[in-house]
Design a protein around this ligand. Sequence first.
Ligand SMILES: [Zn+2]
Ligand SMILES: [Zn+2]
Ligand SMILES: [Zn+2]
Length: 349
Amino acid sequence: MESKPGEASSKDALLGKVLDNYQDITNFIEKEMDKTNRLSIASKQLLKIKITEWALMQSQLVGQIERLEMENRSVKQERTPQGTYAQVVSKRTEPQSKVQKLVEKTKANHTLYISGNNNESGREVQIALTKIVNPTKEKIKIRAIRTTNRTVIIETPDQSDLEKLKSNQTLTTTLKVEVAKKRQPLIILYDVPSDMNEEAIAKAVYEQNLSEVLGKSEFTQNLKLRFKAGPKDKATVHHVVEVSNKIRKAILEQHKLYLGFRSMSAKDYIVVAKCNKCRDLGHVAKHCTKEEACDHCGNSCHKRDSCPHKNKPAICIPCSRRGKSCTKKGDCPTYKMMVERLIQKTNYE
Ligand SMILES: [Zn+2]
Ligand SMILES: [Zn+2]
Ligand SMILES: [Zn+2]
């Protein structure tokens, strides 16, 4: 069912009414109620605080109304799976859904790190491993295996495959076998008023949005503001927040978050680091162990200004170093691989 025209932007209209009402009452207190100044400044102040609390509650209600409408709509969409044209278009342009798909595809991977006890090279570890483990005989499914300087990284599609490797006595006595520790998901909260401190942000996110779906202590224990993003010295700033997957899901399901008198959006924060020194992906210059390279051709004997390949188009340096071809902009295979690795290292279960 389509919403009635009057309901089109019911949330904005309602919020507008709440704000008008609030202004009206505070003006009344200031200009009409006490012309002869018989009320003390303190009690006028108290009255205004009460009105503010009331207005906050109203805006919270508006958020709940919108959430109910949203749930209502998604129930209706489930009943008509083909969807209308507008729904199909909005799904395609929604970048969060792309992230969500990748998360669904990647999160199920289970990762094991295998290294030597005596500083052996990754190659040596791999040789030792293949002598001990026979995936065919032991019926172990291995999705991917890769070797770094000192470590062999094994991905299995199922936890039980990983368990089989972990319970192999010969393997665990010969080599170091460690399950990958996953980090908590990061999400970005857009356009948070710059003057709101950590405590106020956490409180508003919880009270105005999640108080009905999550317990308070569970929320406060599993939400940490990590860093700010976006341009500085603006009235609003983006906050990158570390959360449990349960909180992440609850926040992303809200579509809009209400914060004081504003509403804002939240998204998964998955950003691949780019090195300004060697021009590769996956680390920053601070942790770079390679030589500085020209950001046009990737060669380390010169800088961009004196690049002899200036007349040719710039190459994708991360891909050329990995022998991958990369032509289309926005479709870099190395970047994609890094995004998948980031997701794999994150606890989305
Ligand atoms: Zn580097
Ligand atoms: Zn160059
Ligand atoms: Zn590339």
